[in-house]
Structure formats: structure tokens, C-alpha cells
Design a protein around this ligand. Structure first.
Ligand code: FMN
Length: 168
């Protein structure tokens, strides 16, 4: 049997560099804002993934210190918005620390009451199934309640720290 070294130190720069070679799609996860704040919460997420077909589960990893992480857990539900390749500005806005990320964005509400952003490729509306701690991130698993494709367009991709499009 091969000897597997026990948890060696990994340089964070190396970690980011190598993991950056794995391309992802780009989503924005939305949910209710703080009660009384009058605005919802949303965050750009590349770690979104499909998990299980039966039951239908999806999930994403979010930094345990991210403001939207607590908002999602408090609301108990969230909506995953899949971005198109002409939505880089929206991705940057939702990844920013802007006071009101939704200012000037005309969203509608999903069945769970989470924002559906304009012109997204599709939405996956969920209630929280489980939250699992994983190092400095948490895995939030959602039970899919409803989902739909809303537009036929190319997806926004993220690779080596840059946005791109799908050319297949
Ligand atoms: C393309 C892209 C993908 C991202 N994916 C993730 C992710 O999967 N998980 C995460 O915690 N942050 C991710 N981020 C960073 C968050 O969007 C960013 O930290 C945001 O400021 C957190 O906002 P909040 O503190 O208001 O919740 C991503 C950012 C970009 C631009």
C-alpha cells in the first residue's frame, strides 16, 4: 500500500493557483435580507453543484464569514440564479461589498420569496436541507422545490481568475 503523507502544509498561493485551473459556471444565490432592511441578500457563487436526483438536492460552499451565509440560514431558503456570459457586471456587483447590491436591479420573487435576477439562464429554488461545516467554508445543501430554464444563451464561466464563455 502507498504511504499517504498526513496533512502536509499546502501553500495558499499554490492552492488558489492550481484550483483556478478548474473552470466553473457562475451563479448568484439570493435570499431574504435582514428583517426590516427592505432589501434582499445575494452573493456570487462558483462552487454551485448538483448533488442528488432522488431526492433532488443541490449545494454550494460559502465562506463562513460571508454576510449572505447567515442570511440564507436565517431565511431557510434560497434561489440559485445561473448567469449568462453577458452578465459579468452582475457577477461583480454580487461579489462586492456594496451596501445595496440590488440597487437599480428589477428582480422578481421566486416561490420561496427569493429574488430572481433579470435575464438569467435558469433558476433553482430551494429550501435548506442541511448545512455542513467544512474548514473555513460551509456546505449549504438545498432541497429543490422548483426550477426552470428562463433564457437560451451561453453561460458565464470562470477560469484562472477570469471570466469567459462556452464555445462548444
Ligand atoms: C466568479 C466568482 C465566484 C465566487 N464563488 C464563491 C463561492 O463559491 N463561495 C464563496 O464563499 N465566495 C465566492 N465568491 C466570492 C463572493 O462572491 C464574495 O466573497 C462576496 O463578497 C461575499 O459577499 P457577502 O459577504 O455579502 O455574502 C466568488 C466570487 C466570484 C467573482
Amino acid at each position: 500500500m502507498t504511504d499517504i503523507p498526513s496533512a502536509p502544509e499546502i501553500d495558499p498561493g499554490d492552492f488558489r493557483h492550481v484550483l483556478g485551473h478548474f473552470p466553473t459556471g457562475v451563479t448568484v444565490v439570493t435570499t431574504d435580507g435582514e428583517p426590516g432592511a427592505g432589501r434582499p441578500a445575494g452573493v456570487t457563487i462558483g462552487s454551485f453543484t448538483s448533488i442528488s436526483l432522488d431526492p433532488p438536492l443541490v449545494g454550494f460552499y460559502i465562506g463562513s464569514g460571508a454576510g449572505t451565509r447567515d442570511a440564507v440560514e436565517a431565511a431557510g431558503h434560497f434561489c440559485v440564479n445561473i448567469l449568462a456570459d453577458d452578465q459579468q457586471d452582475l457577477s461583480n456587483r454580487m461579489a462586492s461589498k456594496a451596501d445595496d447590491k440590488f440597487e437599480g436591479i428589477g428582480y422578481e420573487l421566486s416561490e420561496t420569496g427569493s429574488p430572481i435576477l433579470p435575464d438569467v439562464l435558469g433558476i433553482i429554488d430551494c429550501r435548506i436541507h442541511e448545512v455542513i461545516e467544512a474548514g473555513d467554508h460551509d456546505l449549504i445543501i438545498g432541497r429543490v422545490l422548483n426550477l426552470s430554464v428562463r433564457r437560451e444563451a451561453r453561460p458565464l464561466l470562470f477560469f484562472k481568475g477570469q471570466y469567459g464563455s462556452f464555445s462548444g
